[in-house]
Design a protein around this ligand. Sequence first.
Ligand code: XIL
Length: 315
Amino acid sequence: SGPLRTHAASRGKFIGTALATGPLSNETSYRNIASTEFNQVTAENAMKWESTQPSQGQFTFSGADAIVNFATQNNQQVHGHTLVWHSQTPGWVQSLSATAMRTAMQTHISTVVGRYADNPAVVSWDVVNEVFDDNGNMRSSFWYNTLGESFIADAFRAARAADSNARLCINDYNVEGINSKSTAMYNLVSRLRGQGVPIDCVGFQGHLAIQYGFPNDLQQNMERFAALGVQVRVTELDVRMQMPRSSSKDTTQATYYRNVVNACMAVTACAGVTIWGFTDRYSWVPDTFSGEGAALIYDENYQRKPSYTAVHDAL
Ligand code: XIL
């Protein structure tokens, strides 16, 4: 009994959720569960570039501030997501020259991170997101194609300059297990830290699907990153299934959730687990993966699923 956050806190970890600004503004059930069950939050979209600087020099923080204010009221930590990404970034950024793009990146980071640098709720940032492709090569994004790999080190240095205390993360998907992509990430983090680049955290998104199997070397993978001296965390956990739901799929899903939380609990350097939302009423999965859904720990009517119990029991 007792909410998830009480159990997580007693073990020195966070249990988090992504928050969407729409239901946060107008749904009591959504607000009640978000505030009661979680001690950490990430903006699902509100801190992305397209939300915070839709046109050059025009910064808008209404959504970001709504989430930071909610977290402050509810004694929750905020993880900033995300500063430099190839997606949800306006066209005006993508068409800049190299010199102008580098300057725009630095201005964006200093303004967004700087806004919250003195805010005690905002403790960490995804500085770069999804810089690899699935083979472990650098993703062919406008960032990489315009600036080369140096945009990564520059982004971390700009973030550190804007907030000397924030924990600065690199974040990606399909890096939960040991594979060519996570090994590329491991090598990059090792190399950059060797060069004094201020990167102190690695985020494993954790967008899992029951039909693709569980990454059984998740804990081992966390441990090799921890040995580099970085914190690790699961940043966007969800476990989708092919619809329709069934009790046997729910049971498998619960096992995946349990395994992820157990892995984090077993690794001292793992700070916590953030679930990418909490209710199937609001999840990116059905919009993104055709025919799939039911990926979260509450159903669309805010009823707890077996995956809720699994997370609760593992905390
Ligand atoms: C997703 C959001 O959940 C959606 O609402 C939005 O339309 C697209 O982005 N990896 C990330 C997240 O780092 O920012 C993405 O969030 C999911 C994949």
